[in-house]
Design a protein around this ligand. Structure first.
Ligand SMILES: O=C(O)CCC(=O)C(=O)O
Ligand SMILES: [Fe+2]
Length: 353
């Protein structure tokens, strides 16, 4: 499906972007204040620019006079009323999910959800071959694993090195919250490093359970490619195996998005070999665009739903891709009940440096 035009559910982002501001990406808004004046919970005036650093203004660091100057990332001491865009803790869930989970779903809703899950698992495979080295594993992550991932990301996201929202000097910001695991990715320099430059935090390790899921996704996608690829290459050549040492975790609120970009900050060797980026989607669905050029009108569109895993490697490793919108209220109800995930979408992308 091509990406251009208004979608049935009214998602029509990516239009009317000022031509003179192409550096912010095709889905971006511009904050007008010229200063990073919002705290993290204000997610209405943000923009995206991942992968477009060459044309982006620098991120405002505390030492550069941003309003966050001097603050430390500590959820107990952070001054929420006057914190800058880059160091206030951000909770992806509402309320307390520690302790026994209380389900508020009616029996009818529970049964409907269970039926949905049964139907999904009956109709395997619904996986899709999107191109050479590009596979979408539908509903790959089980409900229980999705719950676990969300809870763990919540916990890690509230600690040191947790979620933050990169902001730029002129007030434009990525339209998402981000946390790095394994290595830090710095949107300003587009370099990976051991520490976050602005607060010195060392990113948490990638949990082993996440790595196991990535391994399972490779196995499933290799089986799938074997059956579906028309290429005479071996599956290992078409979709090389990788061991993730980086995971970027994004939380998109319902108005979140990410402009078309390439993931090309990993090592030359990794890019040269086409080592895949493996992407997990949880929560609300997203409209995901991809294509050979940074052009929304030329891009293909696929909907990523909760539990889907997308692998982008081999010949597709450097495709342009982005999230044009999040579809409101599309997350499985049981998942929201059990995790209290805020309205939005959680995305994890695993890479090998
Ligand atoms: O959210 C997504 O599906 C894509 C995320 C992405 O492209 C990135 O983190 O580089
Ligand atoms: Fe990306």
């Amino acid at each position: 499906m091509k990406a251009g035009g208004r979608t049935p559910d009214g998602c029509s982002r990516g239009r009317g972007i000022p031509r003179g501001r192409e550096w912010v990406g095709q889905f971006a808004d511009l904050a007008s204040s010229g200063k990073p004046s919002v705290c993290w919970d204000d997610r209405d005036s943000v923009s995206s620019s991942r992968g477009l650093r060459d044309k982006t203004p620098p991120i405002v660091r505390p030492e550069q006079g941003g309003v966050s100057s001097g603050k430390v990332r500590d959820k107990n001491t952070a001054e929420h009323s006057n914190c800058g865009p880059d160091i206030c803790p951000f909770d992806i869930c509402t309320g307390d999910i520690i302790g026994p989970v209380k389900l508020n779903l009616s029996l009818l809703q529970v049964n409907r959800e269970k039926r949905r899950e049964r139907e999904l698992s009956k109709n395997v495979p619904q996986h899709r071959y999107l191109g050479p080295g590009m596979v979408l594993l539908k509903n790959f992550i089980s409900h229980q694993d999705q719950v676990h991932i969300i809870k763990l990301c919540r916990e890690l996201g509230l600690g040191l090195g947790g979620f933050y929202r990169p902001g730029y000097r002129d007030g434009a910001k990525l339209h998402l919250q981000m946390m790095c695991l394994g290595k830090n990715w710095d949107p300003e320099s587009r370099l990976y490093g051991v520490k976050r430059p602005f607060d010195g935090a060392v990113p948490p390790k990638i949990p082993e359970e996440f790595k196991n899921l990535v391994e399972g996704a490779f196995q499933a996608s290799h089986d799938f490619v074997r059956q579906n690829s028309k290429s005479d290459k071996s599956v290992e050549d078409e979709l090389p195996w990788m061991l993730p040492d980086i995971c970027l975790v994004n939380f998109y609120s319902n108005d979140g998005r990410l402009g078309l970009h390439q993931d090309r900050d990993e090592s030359k060797d990794s890019l040269h070999k086409g080592l895949p980026v493996v992407s997990f989607s949880l929560g609300n669905s997203a409209e995901f665009l991809y294509g050979a050029e940074r052009d929304v009108d030329m891009a293909e569109k696929v909907v990523l739903e909760s539990g889907d895993v997308l692998l982008i490697g081999g010949k597709s490793r450097l495709i342009f891709h982005g999230v044009s919108c999040v579809r409101v209220d599309t997350a499985p109800k049981r998942l929201i009940e059990e995790t209290k995930l805020k309205p939005g979408r959680l995305n994890l992308t695993f890479r090998q440096y």
